[in-house]
Design a protein around this ligand. Structure first.
Ligand SMILES: [Zn+2]
Length: 211
């Protein structure tokens, strides 16, 4: 629980839908924001997206079969090269909302983190995932200062590696488990579904449909 002005009620509160622009946490703990950074860490647990449609972006995780995940990773990351060519790529729409460039950096890093997690689940027995603080990663990586064209290339490569990781999952291994630092347990299948929602939701965050 934090005092973030964004999304503190969350999608579970039907009387107050989530802020359209809020970011998806990957579930790990987050540091308090620095005075220089008005992005407010969001520590909500989004695992509910595995059970019901997201009212914000419309993604329905339960509809996704294991064999669809690799292709959907590529499809849901395909818009980013064009998005990262926007003239306003570095502009935050509001002080507390990431720019397209910052979201692009985040999506690139999400792909890398989830590739690692898939590999861990295939290689180990119920591995515990390292904590990943997405806000700390954004600050440490100075997302706002990165080169959009480089980010586009890196994101494409990361998505390709991630898709290949899912393509390598044997049929009998989709049920293998792993545990996030906050205690949430995933299977390879539910990790894939969770990831796909994240990718879809971030396209919604940057209004990709309008491009
Ligand atoms: Zn969503």
């Amino acid at each position: 629980m934090n005092d973030a002005p964004l999304g503190t009620t969350g999608p579970l509160d039907a009387t107050q839908p989530p802020d359209r622009t809020e970011r998806i946490p990957t579930g790990e703990t987050a540091d308090a924001p620095t005075p220089q950074d008005e992005i407010v860490p969001d520590a909500k647990d989004w695992t509910w997206v595995l059970e019901r449609p997201c009212p914000d972006c419309g993604f329905v995780a339960t509809d996704v079969a294991s064999g669809q995940i690799a292709g959907m990773v590529l499809a849901l990351t395909a818009p980013w090269p064009d998005l990262l060519e926007r003239a306003d790529v570095r502009t935050r729409p509001a002080p507390h909302v990431w720019s397209v460039l910052e979201y692009g950096c985040h999506v690139r890093d999400v792909c890398q983190v989830f590739e690692t997690r898939v590999e861990l689940m295939l290689d180990g027995d119920e591995p515990a995932f390292d904590n990943w603080d997405q806000d700390a990663a954004a600050r440490a990586g100075q997302y706002e200062r990165q080169d959009p064209a480089s980010v586009a290339a890196e994101l494409g490569s990361a998505a390709d590696r991630l898709a290949r990781a899912f393509l390598r999952v044997p049929d009998d291994s989709w049920v293998r488990g792993g545990v996030r630092s906050n205690g949430s347990r995933f299977t390879v299948l539910t990790l894939g579904r969770y990831l796909l929602h994240d990718l879809r939701h971030h396209l919604h965050d940057v209004d990709a449909a309008s491009t």
